[in-house]
Ligand binder design. Sequence first.
Ligand code: CP
Length: 308
Amino acid sequence: MRHFLDINKTTPQDLRQMIDDARRIKEARQGLPRGTADDDQPLAGRMVALIFEKPSTRTRVSFDVGVRQMGGQTMVLSGADMQLGHGETIADTARVLSRYVDLIMIRTFEEQTLLEMAEYATVPVINGLTNRSHPCQIMADILTFEEHRGPITGRKVVWCGDGNNVFASFAHAAGQFGFDLTFSGPPPLDPEQVFLDEARAKGVSVDIERDPFKAVQGADLVVTDTWVSMHDPASARERRHNQLRPYQVNKALMDHAKPDALFMHCLPAHRDDEATSEVMDGPNSVIFDEAENRLHAQKAIMRWCLGG
Ligand code: CP
């Protein structure tokens, strides 16, 4: 049984297999209506629980569609509606769900909830986002980069903004896929040091550059994310906006990156805050390919979890 908990907890060989599978899965469906079943039905007769303790559009829809295309069925569960939110332990919930379903995807707040679910479940568990990481998103982003620009190994990725959970998964991926990573944001919103140290220990360059215009020089990919994450208090909004405004990704900033540098944002975005609409809708933006690739990448992840 294989859990997909984080990119740094999965071998580079398995990650590469998943990306290559995702590409094949995507190519095999070119031109088919979304509701058409895949030729291959690895989830036939299988039931997948999709648990959401936080809101979601992309994760919810892409997992649901992906399971159905592979022949399985889903049940979408809100954390608030489950006994999980009313005192039942995560361990008991994991053991009970494992008697009903073949796979669990969970989006939750605390990383500990995910880890405990995986410890006690007897079926594979997939991390659909925690406050600390978002590995499914970054698998889709690697797939997207490689579709447009070829292998990501040896490239330069620049993150502008908050050192949040999505950045953390980019740092995990830097170590596993072998690309250089620069973080450019204000000191109070630096990522946890452990994410930087772990990637560096795998031989890639991970830098902090406070000047975003210097940071993006030579960048193959510029990435940003919302300035106020789902787990941040609403009271932090004004302070964060003031801290992060110098790191907005706009045309002037993109003009300092390589001319063919891609722009990514995992969405949802607050247009003209963290990135301008000019960049988001511009020729170097691949934000909707990223969103589509959640579907293909997660199908490959689910196949891997089930031994495919
Ligand atoms: N990027 C992402 O995870 O989107 P959702 O929050 O809509 O699932």
